[in-house]
Design a protein around this ligand. Sequence first.
Ligand code: FES
Length: 114
Amino acid sequence: MSSDNQPSYFKRHIFFCLNERKNGEACCAQHNAQAAFDHCKNRVKELGLAGPGQVRVNKAGCLDRCAGGPVAVVYPEGVWYTYVDNADIEEIVDSHLKNGQVVERLVTPEHLGR
Ligand code: FES
């Protein structure tokens, strides 16, 4: 079988930008990105969603959409989120990571880039 036919190792993958800039420019670390990442990781574990065939939560450096920060992106759908608090993170986990339902209210506006 060619690799094209194999299911991906993780069903869904979420990357959190944790980038910190010391020069005062906007960055996701200013918005408690580390705490959000920790909260997401814990919730995914609690719900039994972590591991091969399921969900992986990863740290990332700058994802180049700083103006929409703090951002996280979910693959394979390629959906970008701008979150505010732990309730937002829980909604992303419960709705999108678990059930594949995009949380429209948290989607990063298209025009926001760097
Ligand atoms: S600093 Fe987070 S996307 Fe650039």
